[in-house]
Write a protein that binds this ligand. Structure first.
Ligand SMILES: Nc1c(NC[C@H](O)[C@H](O)[C@H](O)CO)[nH]c(=O)[nH]c1=O
Ligand SMILES: CC(=O)[C@@H](O)COP(=O)(O)O
Length: 163
């Protein structure tokens, strides 16, 4: 499987633009808080490492991943100067189809919000079969999806500013 071949958070630091000029928001779901807390820590540290100023980072928490779409809408409607929104969550398969509905809703929802506001809305949501897969991707052997989301946000903000 692809993920067994590499750490998904490996990035060439020379290809990441300087984030000093960008204002970025992070929306993080509280469901599976141990996992999403690690995603958030990784995203925040990565933004700071790549030059985003602490005063230019806005963070909000929402109950679950399903609410991330609403969070992105609220943030971009209220803060027109945002350059990107990072949405972090962890959806773990249970016994019913609820997992499918949440995953589809948040993936499609954040996509539509990004299109609506012409701003990068980054899908940093783990959608896993079990807790171990989530732990492996939030600071474990397969890296940290939060790091990846932060790098993506900076790259897309740079693209928006320079295209
Ligand atoms: N089971 C998970 C949820 N469920 C909650 C939903 O996201 C939502 O808050 C609820 O349906 C009310 O609208 N959320 C996750 O983020 N992760 C899960 O595993
Ligand atoms: C993704 C979920 O909502 C899930 O954790 C809920 O579990 P279940 O499908 O057993 O109700």
């Amino acid at each position: 499987m692809a993920t067994q071949l590499k750490n998904l958070s490996d990035f060439s630091h020379t290809t990441v633009p300087d984030g000093a000029a960008y204002k970025i928001a992070i929306a993080v779901a509280e469901w599976n808080a141990d996992v999403t807390g690690s995603l958030y820590k990784g995203a925040l540290e990565t933004l700071l490492k790549h030059g985003v100023k602490e005063e230019n980072i806005t963070s909000i928490a929402v109950p679950g991943s399903f609410e991330l779409t609403g969070a992105a809408e609220i943030l971009l409607k209220k803060h027109a100067d945002l350059d990107a929104v990072i949405c972090l969550g962890c959806v773990i398969q249970g016994d019913t189809k609820h997992f499918d509905f949440i995953c589809d809703a948040v993936a499609n929802g954040v996509t539509q919000v990004g299109i609506k506001y012409s701003k990068p809305v980054i899908f940093g949501v783990l959608t896993t079969n079990d807790l171990q897969q989530a732990l492996d991707r939030s600071g474990g052997k397969h890296g940290n999806k939060g790091d990846e989301a932060a790098i993506t946000a900076i790259k897309m903000a740079h693209l928006l500013a320079t295209a």
